[in-house]
Design a protein around this ligand. Structure first.
Ligand SMILES: Cc1cc2nc3c(=O)[nH]c(=O)nc-3n(C[C@H](O)[C@H](O)[C@H](O)COP(=O)(O)O)c2cc1C
Length: 284
């Protein structure tokens, strides 16, 4: 196998991009990251290795962090990554490279791709941002950018771009703040947030179908007497698969963050239309 593409996807955007990329690289294999996290040792086997994952809170998701701490990349001589995002800038690749540096590696090619938002929290109205027209435009742009990117991959040439097409530029003060605090701060704060400050629950529309339990990438959800329970001791990967794939839109989030109310009852849901909940569940 010449190319291995490791991916993580909560609501299908990154999996869709991974599949589109795979079509353009012969002899490539898609490998779900989450399943590998159970292994004591993870070793790549290809000369060219890629990673596709979403941007969470301006940085990399927890499973990517855990994967990069464990994986042995000695087979890889060309590394590339694609970060799908709702449109804001991120520090994801900076952090990614810090973790790669531990084994003397770095990304040779990196690409941010704007996709529909999947984060039904705060005032983000997913129904309004994921209209057919918006999705169509984003898909066209994504395909064009992949076509450019793939040329560099085939040629094994460097491709590093920054700040293209983002609708939220990280302000200078935030960059300074980021540079002062350890990069792992994001990871720690993220973890704290999903264990202490946000409470997921199912409302009276829940039919006990169990989709959330099957899809939960961190295996945090367990159906007890047909009611989903988010187990306290298991950390949440914050992928939002449960809330976005629930067929009844019955999963809600109660916010305990000061001044941030709970909005999930009114702001819609999103998942990529070509990806089913079974596709997401297969990552486990
Ligand atoms: C917890 C969480 C945090 C997010 N934070 C950001 C962010 O800081 N900036 C951004 O542009 N998109 C953000 N997003 C949106 C996702 O990165 C984007 O929709 C992505 O394409 C989802 O990929 P997936 O469908 O493969 O999971 C966030 C999504 C979630 C669930």
């Amino acid at each position: 196998m010449n190319t291995e593409i490791y991916y993580l996807s909560g609501t299908g955007n990154s999996l869709h991009v991974a599949r589109e990329l795979q079509k353009k690289i012969s002899e490539s294999k898609l490998i779900p990251i989450v399943r590998l996290l159970n292994n004591d040792v993870i070793k790549t086997n290809a000369d060219m290795v890629g990673f596709i994952f979403p941007n969470f809170c301006l940085t990399i998701p927890i499973p990517i962090h855990e994967f990069l701490k464990k994986v042995d990349l000695s087979s890889a001589h060309f590394l590339f990554a694609i970060c799908t995002r709702g449109g804001s800038q991120s520090e994801a690749f900076e952090y990614f490279n810090i973790l790669l540096k531990r084994q003397g590696k770095k990304l040779h090619a990196q690409l941010d791709i704007n996709m529909p938002w999947n984060y039904p929290f705060g005032k983000q109205n997913l129904a309004a941002t994921s209209t057919e027209k918006n999705i169509h435009n984003l898909e066209n742009k994504m395909q064009k950018r992949l076509d450019v990117f793939i040329q560099y991959i085939h040629a094994k040439e460097e491709y590093i771009e920054k700040g293209i097409d983002s609708n939220y530029k990280i302000p200078h003060w935030q960059k300074v703040l980021f540079s002062l605090i350890p990069k792992s701060f994001n990871y720690v704060s993220h973890r704290y947030m999903y264990q202490k400050l946000l409470r997921f629950y199912s409302d009276s529309n829940c039919t006990g179908c169990g989709v959330c339990e099957k899809i939960c990438l961190s295996k945090k959800i367990e159906l007890i007497g047909k009611i989903p329970v988010w187990k306290e001791e298991t950390k949440c990967y914050a992928c939002y698969a449960c809330i976005n794939f629930c067929p009844q839109q019955a999963i809600q989030i109660e916010s305990k963050i000061p001044f941030v109310g709970s909005f999930t009852e009114i702001n819609g849901r999103y998942h990529h239309k070509s990806i089913t909940y079974k596709d997401i569940a297969k990552q486990r």
